[in-house]
Design a protein around this ligand. Sequence first.
Ligand SMILES: [Zn+2]
Length: 211
Amino acid sequence: MKYGLPVIEAHEFACRDFVGGDAALDFINTVTGRDESPRDWLGTYESMLDWAALARLLPERNLKALRKEARRTPAAAAGALSRAKVLRESLFALISSLVAGGAPPTGTLELLQRHWAAGIEARELRLEDSRVVAQVRSDAADLDLVAAVVACRMIENVLPRPTNRLRMCQGGNCSWVFFDSSKAGGRRWCDMAVCGNAAKSRRFYERSRST
Ligand SMILES: [Zn+2]
């Protein structure tokens, strides 16, 4: 499959944009339509924070600190957004190769490992209700924090699950990735109401034309 360069598209994130089964997959899906006309919904660093808030990726206090830091140092925030997008495209390449049963492109795992290490640095272990949990440090406000936590989620939540349940939506102009947690493992679309119905109505249209 060939992929074009995505154009930036203004987008207000909503619950329907979170269908991947984990925030790390939903982050990849902030580019939509990679197979036909790719559009990138992360136009600014702030839009990435809006996404992170809806994804519940980071505690509110860290998001607030990042918003402040991005306003104070816009050039640095733009740099961090670019690095997050490099990670995003690399994760898409990784998931696509796993879906296809192939090896990820060179450098993919090294890049993921670097962001993962930053994510580990940004967290601390705490005792909560007799359980030890790893949580983002309350003072963590590095502009690369979103990418770092996405990398942790990918390694801790997505990659340990069965690879044969990773999917890419079969709808046209979509290419969203998701984890198929259905009992039978037959989920083909990111969202039945969006790509599933479009595919069905297209089939119906083609059938009715041929008769
Ligand atoms: Zn889809």
